[in-house]
Design a protein around this ligand. Structure first.
Ligand code: GBH
Length: 438
């Protein structure tokens, strides 16, 4: 059981999992090496006009070729936990069928290298890079994709077995639904709200089948989903704003948390779904989706304020990412709300961070992290079972449609030379980890 913090006012529980987070397409590069098949993001980023400056993840931070020095960098920072994702099409070039052993070997070297350095691996199976060969069969629009995903998950469980203590199924299914299939500004670039919600259901089904696959594999390890969550507040105390905030809370939070943790969709949200979306939800699906997880990953970037018109208003300063309201108290509210409404499932902050523009002297990132760590500490003191905290991101990387124009890393990457330089925030974080608190 996680101990409550003791000692100094901001000392964290002993063994707290101070970490950092990345994802495969955003850092690996080596997009066409060692048999890797293309993913939807390879195709999308190469289409004209999809990303800033036409940036792609072809090279990214070249992590695939810099594995050992990146592992040493993590050890030097003192990380206790590292969350990364597996490129599905590196392991299974066409998404299913034949495994490419070279892909599996890369992740085996990564996991072993972490363990040799005393860093716990946290492995995300899907961080948005659906194999293109599966997309040509409809990808997540096709219900079969849930089973293809579970089969791929099984391949990973069998290959890495007891070397991985913590697995995460999906990263932010909400973003695939909202950005990949509604706004259309992420891969695969579709704009169809109804289809988006069918995709959302299939993603959740894939999550549940993957949880079941881990239990069936009998390899041990814990598993859960990583959800993008945002506490929603009415922008004023009018009845209209309160009503709209409840609707937005269903979209932002409950329509993901309820199926995963309670095995049901919220009634108010379900009532808004048209018949074709409901038809995609078959008898028995929610029992699969609600298969007990061992933990929940929380990606927290900021709160959401909703006006009586239903539109979003920003009530705190934003970062260079104009969608991001900076409010550490929102993290406390979110964590304590999860405990109140969903019980004491162990929680991991799987992502939290901000982009900065002042390359090395990123005092704004230090301030941001200090205030969010303090909020997490208050949540621990309130009894929340928070086990670990992964800063997004370990290093600057390919920020999806924003290309390389937003730098989210603790470590600076000079893309011309691929040189890594720890920013002031990395040095500061190293001290936080060393003293296990602020
Ligand atoms: C996370 O998403 C991702 O998991 C990670 O890969 C990413 O690098 C990181 O955050 C930083 O962005 O541009 O107005 O259409 C965070 C949730 C959902 C926030 C999509 C931005 C797009 C808003 N993101 N959203 S907009």
């Amino acid at each position: 059981p996680a101990a409550r913090p003791s000692g100094g006012a901001t000392t964290f529980p002993s063994g707290f999992g101070w970490g950092a987070s990345t994802s495969a397409y955003q850092i690996e590069g080596a997009a066409a090496e060692d048999g890797r098949g293309p993913s939807v993001w390879d195709v999308f980023s190469h289409e004209p006009g999809r990303t800033r400056n036409g940036d792609t993840g072809d090279v990214a931070a070249d992590h695939y070729h810099r594995l050992i020095s990146d592992l040493d960098l993590m050890r030097d920072l003192g990380l206790r936990s590292y969350r990364f994702s597996v490129s599905w099409s590196r392991v299974l070039p066409t998404g299913r069928g034949e495994v490419d052993q070279r892909g599996l070997d890369f992740y085996r070297r990564l996991v072993d290298g972490l363990r040799e350095r005393g860093i716990a691996p946290v492995v995300t199976l899907f961080h948005w890079d659906t194999p293109q060969a599966l997309q040509e069969l409809g990808g997540w629009e096709n219900r079969d994709c849930a089973q293809w995903f579970a089969d791929y998950a099984h391949t990973m469980f069998a290959a890495l077995d007891d070397a991985v203590p913590t697995w995460l199924t999906l990263n932010e299914p909400k973003t695939v639904v909202d950005v990949g299939y509604t706004a259309g500004t992420h891969a695969p670039g579709k704009r169809d709200r109804q289809l988006a919600n069918v995709v959302g259901h299939h993603l959740l089904l894939g999550h549940g089948l993957a949880v079941q696959a881990l239990r069936a594999a009998g390899t041990g390890g814990r598993i859960g989903a990583a959800l993008s969550l945002s506490p929603v507040y009415p922008a004023d105390d009018s009845d209209a704003a309160r009503g709209r905030a409840t609707v937005a809370d269903a979209e932002e939070n409950r329509r993901w948390l309820d199926p995963v943790l309670k095995g049901s969709y919220p009634e108010d949200w379900l009532a808004t779904q048209p018949a074709p979306v409901r038809a995609a939800m078959r008898d028995g699906d929610l029992a699969v989706i609600g298969t007990a997880s061992d933990l929940l990953g929380v990606n927290y970037y900021g709160p959401t304020h909703i006006a009586g018109t239903g539109s979003r208003v920003m009530q705190h300063p934003t970062s260079q990412a104009t969608w991001q309201e900076i409010d550490p108290d929102g993290l406390f509210d979110l964590l304590t709300r999860i405990k109140r409404d969903y019980g004491d499932i162990p929680l991991s902050i799987t992502e939290n961070g901000m982009p900065t523009t002042n390359a090395m002297q990123d005092q704004d990132r230090i301030d941001f992290l200090r205030d969010h760590f303090a909020a997490a500490h208050r949540a621990l003191a309130a009894g929340v079972k928070l086990e670990s905290y992964h800063v997004w991101s370990l290093m600057d990387n390919f920020e999806w449609a924003e290309g390389y124009t937003q730098r989210w890393g603790l470590v600076h990457v000079d893309y011309a030379t691929q040189q890594r330089t720890p920013k002031a925030s990395a040095r500061w974080y190293q001290e936080v980890i060393a003293r296990n608190g602020l």
